[in-house]
Design a protein around this ligand. Structure first.
Ligand code: FAD
Length: 303
């Protein structure tokens, strides 16, 4: 099947307005880096997600899923095939009896944390400043300030390899440090149900404000980045190792090890994915040769 015919199929699945052609990924990643996606597709329903994935599989077209793009480095040359973006277009939330909160994959952590607070439900405060979606949080098992997604996850709603919608209970989601079954198997996350506990609305609000203040103090939130570049190595902090290796402030092109927090690589303006990758390699090499510690990227390096 030719590209034009496939594009028509995509448009029939999600509507013409839901298919962006040669769409720069820099517009969809917090790093503000990345060349064009051949087709950036914005489904609004689970049926549309399933239809797009099925059509890609049938036609042998590569596809991947993007949330808020806050943990992705997209390549300069762009990507062939489909990027399914599940963000603003797929963001419904619902509070259920018994402290459960159900959110579609594209709901932001900020919105979910705010809704939980408004409802007097505690447990998701840790995520209020993590600038991603519920899909990205489940996939990455995102965490901060002693909390992680798996602490409050009851189940994750996924599209399995055969295109069936399945509800994966948290106990089967193989959550680990920045790891999940969904990552392992490349499952599309459609949403998740959180189990929260009753709490005092004012305490929850004050807790979130405190976490946000701590984040603003320590992190270079004013510059484009993808958060912590590296995972926390066993027994160490990546930022401290990078600082001690004398790499803080080091630049390659427009990419720089943040002056404010050495655990972040920031885009100082016009950085390319190649700049970031070269800087990541340099930092890894330096930290390894000084301390014998291998830093593993936390940011998903798309190719
Ligand atoms: C300033 C800043 C601070 C940050 N602080 C933290 C922090 O404190 N803790 C933390 O854990 N992270 C942090 N991050 C990183 C990032 O916000 C998290 O990893 C977040 O969970 C990613 O969500 P996302 O929606 O942006 O996912 P994306 O970046 O869009 O995607 C990340 C990965 O998840 C996959 N994915 C996303 N949605 C789906 C889906 N619906 N189905 C299947 N796969 C999907 C993508 O394919 C990709 O591989 C920070 C980032 C920034 C920029």
């Amino acid at each position: 099947m030719g590209a034009a015919e496939f594009e028509l199929m995509l448009k029939s699945a999600v509507g013409a307005e839901g298919v962006l052609v040669n769409e720069p990924l820099a517009r969809h990643t917090t790093f503000e880096i990345g060349g064009p996606a051949q087709w950036l597709v914005l489904p609004r329903t689970e049926e549309q997600v399933a239809a797009v994935v099925a059509r890609c599989r049938e036609a042998g077209v590569p596809w991947r899923v993007l949330g808020a793009g806050s943990n992705v480095l997209a390549p300069d040359e762009g990507l062939g095939g489909v990027v399914l973006k599940l963000a603003e277009n797929f963001a419904a939330t619902e509070v259920l009896p018994g402290g459960e909160l159900r959110a579609c994959a594209g709901a932001t952590n900020e919105a979910v944390a705010a809704l939980a607070c408004e409802q007097g439900l505690s447990g998701y405060e840790f995520a209020c400043g993590i600038p991603g979606t519920i899909g990205g949080a489940a996939y990455m098992n995102a965490g901060a300030y002693e909390g992680q997604f798996s602490d409050v996850c009851a189940s994750v709603r996924c599209l399995d390899g055969e295109g069936h919608v399945v509800e994966v209970p948290a106990a089967q989601a193989q959550f680990g440090y920045r790891h999940s079954l969904m990552m392992e198997q490349g499952l599309v996350i459609l949403g998740a149900t959180l189990q929260l506990a009753p709490g005092n609305r004012e305490h929850i609000r004050a807790h979130m404000a405190d976490l946000q203040r701590r984040r603003e103090e320590k992190q270079p939130l004013e510059m484009p980045s993808a958060g912590s570049t590296f995972k926390r190595p066993e027994g160490h902090f990546a930022g401290k190792l990078i600082q001690d290796a004398g790499m803080q402030g080091k630049s390659v092109g427009g990419a720089q090890v943040s002056e404010k927090h050495a655990g972040f690589v920031v885009n100082t303006g016009g950085a390319t994915a190649s700049d970031v990758l070269a800087l990541v390699a340099l930092v890894q090499q330096e930290v390894n040769s000084r301390f014998g510690v291998t830093l593993e990227p936390e940011v998903r390096l798309w190719q």
